[in-house]
Unconditional design. Structure first.
Ligand SMILES: Nc1ncnc2c1ncn2[C@@H]1O[C@H](COP(=O)(O)OP(=O)(O)OP(=O)(O)O)[C@@H](O)[C@H]1O
Ligand SMILES: Nc1ncnc2c1ncn2[C@@H]1O[C@H](COP(=O)(O)OP(=O)(O)OP(=O)(O)O)[C@@H](O)[C@H]1O
Ligand SMILES: [Mg+2]
Ligand SMILES: [Mg+2]
Lengths: 380, 319, 252, 230, 286
């Protein structure tokens, strides 16, 4: 018999790189687990579906996995919007889901449910770490550049909230003076001009992917990084961004990520990075890590439950503690969010790598950056 | 016998009967796909009231579809559970919105009409995408409870896929019957006349602008109805429904199926979904293959797949 | 006050380019009149300006005593004036019958009726068939217009106009492109209609045979101005008109 | 010069020309008469190369041209004046001539020659084609065909919709052009056509049903009443 | 004041890029009558091919020269085997066919170059910074601001003062009659599509040092170029210029005044112009 896992990622279109990373991570985990005898003696089989990044398509994909392929477990989801709108239907399908990328706090907050878990660092955790860091920098007046959709706005909202709590002295530019370029923007010059002319002490930037690459390059050429202010990139340490930018990424910038492959020396992490590199010839991105770890989380839950029964898996996942490459995590009972460490660091050149690495790395303990269940607003 | 076969209601009746009994034979997942085909088919046929009958290529139907969906999601969120009320409000909201958009758009033609409706559609998209407090912004609105229907003292819920299918089937059938009546009414004939020659219509006394606005509003209302159903079926409303790429779907479906036949766009929707399912099964490069499949459809089926095949078969029948 | 159509000081310019200027005329009920003039004199422009194709830049148009200047085309038709076009303007993909039914639906204010089958509407169908019979294409009622011969298309154009039962009919070159036999029939048809229904016809034509056999009164347009008006006899002998338009050789 | 032999032309499935034969030799004006829809324009279009006959041959200057694209035939020396004139409405009159100008052959009509042949057009030189009246456009259409340095001119109903006085002028122009090249004239207006042509064919339902000299045509009452309704 | 100047420069440089894309689109529409949905994909292809040639020869200028020419080859195939068959067909069919081409090109590029991000470096002489109004400003952007009018001016002269240009305009008004005066219309169509492709691909190559390359990079620009083309008047050359500048500047200043409705700026512009002037700012005429 087999344990069937259904994966739903963006496999096509502009953001398919994320789906490809996740698929690689998942396939690596499945291979390793099968080589070691499977889950409770069951061979693991992966089913991959394409969400295309659209909510209705993602839901159709999940329905196919549940009703047609009859999977025991669901893993995936990249986009926050997709995750948030799909989650209510997960409850109808009575199949556990571990989210590995989508960062909106809501899926383990206002719209949380019994079947939905998240193993990856969420927006609140990442931004809390950013706020802790921002406090250390001592910058007083902050502004932001973020994509003009929920993620960008929420990032800024949380950043304001946390930093204000940490240091009531700080000020934040009002809504109309910060920069929220629409997601499709390729020319950031006007925003760069706007931010520079507002003369801040610190800029919190939540752009990601292609937006981030374009921004960094255009900002460099407009002298943005020579400015007299601190810059924090909440997702600047994503490997796909660092790889594309290569030595165009300025050194000495604070960048955050959901997983950094050099952040810890644990045997788990070392073996993951090594086998991943051996198999794919690249360092694992956070999305590869998320999918890889989620498969192991499923394994741990199944072993704890001693069964593949979906309801039992759900109970086993609640409160489950396990070590994954990024560190030890716990799926909190109250909201099903993994309590996991957040990683930040300063960009630095290192000839051993084709791209910038983080030096020094700053690890924020999961307990310190994860808001309480009460704060998350989840009630199951 | 031959006469029966040739009766114009024969095909549609057989189709309706088949669709009614389909869930008994096919898998749950296929039932869900079929629900989706019916909903998109309703959208495409409403759209074709404009393209096929009135000669207007609207590239902003997503706006009305999305509006229907948001109305449903907001009402459910606010605790309104009455199915008919939700359907009615969704249609009315789309009707009003399309009256406004129509008022400004219908004096344009052809590609200009396509572009201005695209513009209005994207305006709606921008609002839905950015009006966080009401629409949930880019994330959209998740729906947690579905309305139920009390029938003969029984509460019927629609969480179960087959029941949802019958809900969709019933409403789409009703919608299509209404659209069919409209298309064959005096108004419908005037629409076709406008498609052929709007100048002539105005020179025999028809107020072309008003007629077009009404056509646009009817189309918008039924598109909104489809949107409500889509929201119920997927328990969500997202700005994506209003994006131009969503508005392109009924265009593609209508052309694939055939704009000259009433049910053509419904078949187009079916072909589109089935193609997509088949291609996705074999490759991640489904865009590439979808493109490759679309090319011969455009080149070799001038009346759409359904329209062209039907013409072929019937011609042979006559000979 | 028997003037059905009265035009006062009408003028029109395309941009700076004045095409017609200061045209005044009045047509009494049932009168058959014609507007002639060389190419580019502004006949079509004149028609467009009074029929609602575009508003004239100057002057006024009265129909049955009512000022209809600048009315949109469909309102002009509602007031009782309907026109044909120099270039055939019909519903190509519809059948002959549907071509005639369409104006009837509008005339009977049923064009916003979104239910019911027109082909079962006796009133409309009977009237439509009557018009087709008058015109002489009732036998082709079920044919798609696009497949008809040119002459028949012109007849459909007429049928559409007549279906609205207008009190004034403007015909822009009704026999252009027709063969002599068809032309002959068209002349007969127009005469018959004028006699039977008291409809007022106002036509433009280059075919002088048509003009002289139909018109009771002729207006000659030249470079945007009314050069002359009068009975066919007067026009035929008018030296200015001969000079500018008819030429010396026409013996029509 | 031009020899059309047994051509059969279709529009999609409809069989229009059912075996048309005709000939035009140097120095003559030949008219093609027939009532509405008889197939005159279709014949002209088949010769020009818009609607290739499925069967039959067309030779021009000894070259088989029945399967050749229109633009090649025009470059070879066919001047074409279509029945609906088709002036390039957004180009000025002069530009209309320039784009049609064939400089790959012996130049008999320079652009200035065209304006001196049609002095009426001179004052419209820089006016857009679309802003001219029907008669003016007809002049432009003929002059434009001359810019292609034709060796044979195909005129399709040049007097349709033109005022009698213009028709008169046109007749004179056509007679003058005859000195330069032969002309094939498709006409419904038999009065006009017979007055200026040397020979004529009568076409009906896609078949040539009569051919003869101007005199023969003028005198054949049967043909005149049956096919030309004169 | 400085902000004003910087915003104008930002708007101009984006506007000029838009202009290059839109002018190709509008020319192809004007002559072939086809609104090419895949135009943005040709832009994208130009950027990728520029990157590829740059990697081979290690010169941006060679990339700029050769990349777009390779794209033209692809364009020729598209015209010859696909577009040719839908000339004169209904707008909806043309849109669908070119949409299919878009799907094929975008995915094919993804298969060939992968879905990751790529970057292209501007050439050394344009890689510098100069000071504008007290702020550093990249030279490359100024280069973009200048190259737009330059290419635009050359094209304008071509269409209005050369025989070929006039012939193209004639064919755009009436292709059938153009054949009747001896113009090789199929050749004109092919050449014009090649020209349109070249302009799109050149735009892509010029944009490459500015923005990261991904297969979907044509998607934003195609919708905005549609808007520019319609706002300016379909087929109108000066229209494309004015439309592109308007949109570029509006988007640039939108960051200051539009707040949350930035995203809607192009669509508001489109709606307003079409309501005031239904055929766009300039009448048809290449
Ligand atoms: N849209 C326009 N813009 C500018 N000038 C125009 C326009 N339409 C027509 N004209 C000009 O107006 C004049 C009158 O044209 P009109 O079509 O009214 O003449 P007409 O008397 O109907 O001629 P015909 O007998 O040839 O049809 C002509 O000189 C023509 O060039
Ligand atoms: N595009 C077309 N498709 C189908 N049939 C056509 C087409 N064009 C013309 N016909 C038909 O071909 C026949 C011959 O038409 P043609 O235009 O050659 O006649 P013609 O002698 O030039 O008449 P006219 O005097 O009206 O110009 C007619 O019966 C007409 O209906
Ligand atoms: Mg006229
Ligand atoms: Mg003809």
């Amino acid at each position: 018999s087999t344990a069937k896992i259904g994966f739903t990622y963006i496999m096509s279109g502009p953001f398919s790189a994320y789906g490809q990373f996740a698929k690689q991570g998942a396939e690596l985990a499945i291979e390793e687990i099968n080589a070691a005898g499977g889950i409770n003696g069951n061979k693991v089989e992966g089913f991959f579906e394409d969400s295309t990044g659209k909510a209705d398509v993602a839901l159709r994909a999940i329905r196919k996995l549940v009703y047609q392929d009859k999977v025991d477990m669901l893993i995936g989801l990249d986009s926050s919007g997709v995750a948030k709108t799909v989650v209510p239907s997960i409850e109808q399908m009575k199949t556990p889901l571990i989210i590995t990328h989508a960062a909106t706090p809501d899926v383990t907050g206002s719209v949380c449910n019994k079947y939905t878990f998240r193993i990856s660092l969420n927006l609140a955790q990442n931004v809390k770490a950013a706020a802790l860091l921002a406090k250390e920098t001592g910058a007083k007046k902050w502004t932001t550049v973020g994509p003009d959709y929920a993620f960008g706005h929420q990032s800024w909202e949380y950043f304001e909230k946390y930093l204000k709590e940490l240091n009531p002295e700080t000020t934040f530019l009002p809504k109309e003076d910060v920069a929220f370029p629409p997601f499709k923007t390729t020319d950031f010059s006007a925003y760069i001009t706007k931010v520079m002319s507002s003369k801040p002490d610190g800029v919190f930037i939540s752009l990601w992917g292609g937006n981030l690459i374009d921004f960094v390059r255009q900002a460099s050429s407009m002298g943005f990084f020579n400015g007299d202010f601190q810059v924090l990139f909440s997702l600047g340490a994503a490997t796909e961004v660092l790889t594309a930018l290569g030595d165009k990424m300025p050194e000495g910038l604070w960048v955050g990520t959901r997983y950094w492959f050099l952040a810890n020396d644990s045997a788990k992490n070392k073996s993951f990075v090594d086998s991943y590199f051996k198999k794919y010839g690249a360092y694992p991105s956070y999305n590869a890590h998320g999918a890889y770890s989620a498969v192991y989380a499923y394994k741990a839950a199944a072993e704890k439950a001693g069964s593949l029964d979906k309801e039992k898996i759900v109970s086993a996942l609640e409160g489950l503690k396990l070590e994954i490459p990024t560190g030890t995590i716990e799926f909190r009972k109250g909201d099903h969010q993994a309590v996991t460490d957040a990683h930040w660091g300063k960009t630095a050149a290192d000839t051993a790598y084709p791209h910038r690495i983080l030096k020094p790395v700053k690890i924020f303990n999961g307990q310190d950056v994860t808001p309480s269940v009460a704060e998350s607003g989840c009630s199951m | 016998m031959m006469k029966l076969l040739r009766h114009k209601l024969f095909g549609p009746t057989v189709l309706a009967v088949l669709l009614f009994f389909a869930p008994l034979i096919i898998s749950t997942y296929s039932v869900m796909i079929l629900s989706e085909i019916l909903i998109m088919g309703l959208m495409a046929i409403s759209f074709n009231l404009l393209l096929g009958y009135t000669g207007l290529l609207s590239f902003g139907q997503g706006a009305f579809f999305g509006l229907g969906a948001y109305c449903a999601a907001l009402m459910l969120q606010a605790g309104y559970q009455n199915l008919f009320l939700i359907l009615l409000v969704g249609m009315l909201a789309s009707l009003l919105a399309s009256l406004v958009v129509g008022f400004f758009s219908v004096r344009l033609d052809e590609i200009f009409f396509a572009m201005i409706t695209l513009g209005f559609g994207m305006l709606f998209f921008s609002i839905a995408h950015n009006w966080l407090d009401v629409t949930g912004g880019s994330d959209g609105l998740p729906v947690f409870v579905l309305p139920s229907l009390s029938l003969l003292g029984n509460e019927i819920t629609f969480y179960e896929p087959t029941r949802m299918y019958y809900l969709v089937f019933g409403i789409v059938l009703l919608g299509l019957v209404l659209l069919w009546l409209i298309v064959h009414s005096p108004f419908g004939l005037i629409l076709k006349a406008m498609r052929e020659n709007k100048q002539r219509v105005s020179f025999v006394g028809g107020n072309v602008r008003l007629l077009r606005i009404v056509a646009f509003a009817i189309s918008g209302a039924f598109t909104g109805l489809a949107g409500v159903l889509f929201c119920l079926f997927n328990s969500m409303a997202t700005p994506e429904f209003m994006h131009w790429s969503f508005s392109a779907k009924p265009v593609i479906m209508s052309i694939i199926g055939g704009t000259g036949v009433f049910l053509g766009p419904l078949f187009g929707a079916g072909i589109f979904f089935v193609l997509e399912q088949i291609i996705i099964q074999y490759t991640e490069n489904w865009m590439l293959f979808l493109g490759i499949v679309l090319v011969p459809i455009v080149l070799f089926f001038p009346q759409g797949v359904f329209g062209t095949l039907r013409n072929k078969i019937f011609k042979q029948g006559v000979k | 006050m028997t003037d059905v159509l009265r035009i006062e000081n009408l003028g029109h310019s395309y941009g700076k380019f004045k095409v017609i200027e200061d045209i005044s005329l009045s047509i009494s009920k049932g009168e058959m009149s014609a507007l002639i003039g060389p190419n580019g004199a502004g006949k079509t422009t004149f028609y467009n300006a009074i029929s609602g194709h575009f508003p004239p830049t100057r002057g006024k148009v009265f129909l049955n005593g009512e000022n209809i200047t600048g009315f949109a085309a469909h309102r002009v038709v509602d007031k009782g004036m309907c026109r044909s076009f120099q270039i055939t303007n019909i519903f190509a993909a519809l059948t002959v019958l549907e071509n005639v039914i369409s104006p009837l639906i509008i005339q009977q204010r049923k064009h916003f009726k979104i239910y019911g089958n027109v082909f079962k509407d006796k009133q409309i169908i009977e009237r439509a068939m009557l018009v087709l019979e008058q015109i002489g294409i009732a036998d082709r009622a079920d044919q798609v217009v696009a497949n008809l011969a040119y002459g028949d298309k012109r007849l459909v154009e007429m049928a559409i106009v007549l279906a609205r039962d207008p009190s004034v009919v403007l015909l822009d070159e009704p026999t252009a492109g027709m063969n002599p036999e068809e032309t002959e029939n068209m002349i007969k048809l127009i005469k018959k209609l004028a006699n039977n229904s008291g409809t007022t016809f106002f036509i433009t034509e280059h075919d002088m045979k048509v003009v002289f056999s139909l018109a009771e009164k002729i207006y000659v347009l030249h470079q945007g101005h009314l050069l002359a008006q009068g009975s066919p006899g007067e026009i035929r002998s008018n030296e200015h008109v001969k000079e500018a338009y008819l030429g010396r050789k026409v013996h029509a | 010069m031009l020899k059309v032999k047994d051509i059969h032309t279709y529009y999609d499935d409809s069989y229009i020309l059912q075996g048309v034969d005709l000939e035009v030799s140097a120095g003559e004006i030949v008219c093609l008469l027939g009532r509405n829809g008889a197939g005159k324009s279709t014949t002209i279009k088949s010769i020009v190369g818009y609607n290739h006959p499925r069967k039959g041959s067309i030779t021009f200057l000894g070259q088989e041209i029945s399967k050749q694209s229109a633009f090649k035939n025009v470059r070879l020396g066919l001047g074409y004046v279509p029945e609906d004139r088709r002036i390039f409405s957004e180009l000025t009159v002069q530009e209309n001539f320039e784009v049609s100008f064939n400089d790959k052959t012996e130049i008999r009509w320079s652009i200035d020659d065209l304006f001196s042949t049609f002095p009426l057009l001179d004052k419209f030189r820089h006016r857009k084609g679309g802003e001219l009246s029907g008669g003016e456009q007809q002049m432009v259409a003929i002059a434009r065909a001359l810019a292609g340095q034709p060796k044979l001119l195909l005129l399709d109903e040049p007097c349709e919709g033109l005022a009698p006085v213009i028709v008169e002028q046109l007749g004179e122009i056509i007679l003058r052009l005859k000195e330069h090249f032969p002309i094939l004239l498709a006409e419904q207006n038999a009065h006009f056509a017979l007055e200026i042509s040397d020979r004529g064919y009568v076409i009906d339902k896609g078949l040539i049903c009569f051919s003869g000299t101007q005199q023969e045509l003028q005198n054949n009452e049967e043909i005149k009443t049956r096919y030309l309704s004169v | 004041m400085e902000i004003l100047l910087l915003n104008i420069l930002n708007g101009l440089s984006w506007g000029m890029l838009l202009f290059l894309i839109a002018v190709g689109l509008t020319t192809v529409f004007g002559v072939l009558g086809v609104l090419n949905f895949a135009h943005g994909s040709l832009f994208m292809l130009g950027a990728y091919l520029c990157m590829q040639t740059m990697q081979l020869f290690d010169s941006f200028w060679l990339g700029l020269l050769i990349g777009p020419l390779c794209a033209v080859f692809v364009g020729l195939l598209i015209e010859k085997f696909l577009l040719k068959r839908v000339y004169g067909r209904d707008v909806s069919f043309q849109l669908l066919l070119t949409f299919a081409v878009l799907l094929i090109l975008d995915d094919a590029v993804r298969v060939i170059w992968g879905s990751g991000y790529h970057v292209v470096e501007p050439p050394a002489i344009l890689n510098g910074i100069i000071s504008v109004a007290g702020q550093d400003y990249p030279v490359y952007r100024l280069f973009l601001v200048l190259i737009g009018p330059l290419i635009g001016g050359l094209l304008w002269a071509f269409f209005h003062y050369t025989k070929w240009g006039k012939i193209i305009r004639a064919a755009s008004f009436d292709n059938i009659m153009a054949e009747g005066v001896g113009i090789n219309v199929p050749l004109i169509y092919t050449s014009v599509f090649a020209l349109g492709t070249w302009l799109a691909a050149l735009g892509g190559a010029l944009a490459a040092p500015q923005q990261s390359l991904i297969p979907s990079m044509g998607e934003k620009i195609i919708i905005e170029s549609f808007i520019v083309v319609v706002v300016g008047g379909m087929g109108s050359f000066p229209g494309a210029f004015v439309g592109a500048l308007m949109l570029g500047l509006l988007e640039s200043f939108g960051t200051v005044f539009a707040g949350r409705m930035q995203m809607a700026i192009p669509y508001i512009l489109l709606a307003v112009i079409l309501l005031v002037k239904p055929t766009g700012l300039f009448r048809k005429g290449v």
